[in-house]
Design a protein around this ligand. Structure first.
Ligand code: ATR
Length: 287
């Protein structure tokens, strides 16, 4: 995949721990190839106590751009020269772009999800949405959707966590966009059809038979189900949505587009849909 590494080659990479199973090198090295950039992308496994040094060292080495993954998306923020407004609001950074003195932090996960939805033909404008879960990912989804969706219901096993997100996002949004509910109260959702985003790790490999809600009646309310998991390619949540006549998508396109948006930030270019499709096919083969 890497063409020729020579004196002009730029380096980008991923900071996380662990990083061994990442698909990001597939995305970025193929992007470099098809956009004709002399760039390589490599994973860097960093121990927590070395995070500050890693950021400083990367800047000193002129690493052109970095992605950040678990468990550092929040912890890396104090070591940056600035944080973009959306990333600030989400409270998590997954992309570092060179800035005077170091790096500026961005969040491309949520714009990535939005672009994935566009690419899948899923509209969020004015839609009533259910978000399942209230972890960091669910919070980010709520922040993003609060600007565009209609009513948003966050359902979580621990209601207080959903409450905290609702309160914070409603503050930003300046309207009562988000309502928190305990997971067990899904029957109290107002009548109607929903776009549902599954934002927990429940159902992820190897526990592929797990699902937050197993009752078919829940899925009758869902016209579109988005699971942010992509391994397995079809989760039990997705199967239940489809069984009741809804359309279902996994998180692989979100992964693809968060990478594409990061690459666009690093290189100041736009990746076309056709190029994105080629990388998507390669990603599917890499799973
Ligand atoms: P992340 O930050 O990556 O989103 P997280 O903070 O671990 O991950 O959040 C995981 C979410 O999945 C939480 O909303 C969690 O529910 P609780 O807040 O009640 O812990 C939810 N979750 C995980 N396992 C679950 C399970 N077995 N049943 C119900 N909810 C579960």
């Amino acid at each position: 995949m890497i063409m020729t590494v020579n004196g002009q080659t730029k380096t980008c990479g991923l900071i996380g721990n662990p990083v061994e199973h990442t698909l990001s090198p597939v995305i970025h090295n193929m992007l470099a190839e098809i956009t004709g950039r002399n760039l390589v992308y490599v994973p860097f496994r960093v121990e927590g106590e070395n995070l500050a040094d890693a950021v400083k060292g990367a800047a000193a080495l002129g690493i052109q751009g970095l992605n950040v993954t678990v468990p550092y998306k929040e912890r890396i923020i104090p070591f940056l020269e600035g944080v973009d407004a959306l990333a600030q609001r989400i409270g998590a950074v997954n992309t570092l772009v060179q800035a005077p003195g170091g790096y500026k932090g961005y969040n491309t996960d949520m714009p990535g999800l939005y672009r994935a939805m566009l690419s899948d033909g899923v509209s969020v404008d004015g839609e009533d949405v259910i978000i399942l879960g209230a972890g960091g990912v669910a919070r980010a989804v709520a922040v993003m959707l609060s600007e565009k969706a209609g009513r948003i219901f966050i359902l979580n096993r621990t209601e207080q966590k959903a409450d905290a997100i609702a309160e914070e996002v409603n503050g930003y949004a300046g309207r009562q966009a988000v309502k928190a509910m305990p997971l067990s109260s899904w029957k109290d959702l107002p009548d109607g059809k929903y776009l549902a985003v599954q934002a927990t790790s429940v159902g992820m490999h190897p526990c592929i038979d797990d699902v937050l809600i197993a009752d078919a009646d829940f899925y009758k309310r869902i016209h579109t189900g988005y699971d942010l998991i992509y391994n397995p390619f079809e989760t039990r949540f997705m199967k239940l949505v489809q069984k009741e006549g809804g359309q279902a998508f996994n998180g692989l396109k979100m992964l693809l587009y968060q990478g594409i948006i990061a690459y666009e930030l690093w290189n100041g270019l736009s990746v076309s849909e056709k190029q994105a499709d080629r990388i998507y096919e390669r990603l599917k083969e890499s799973l």
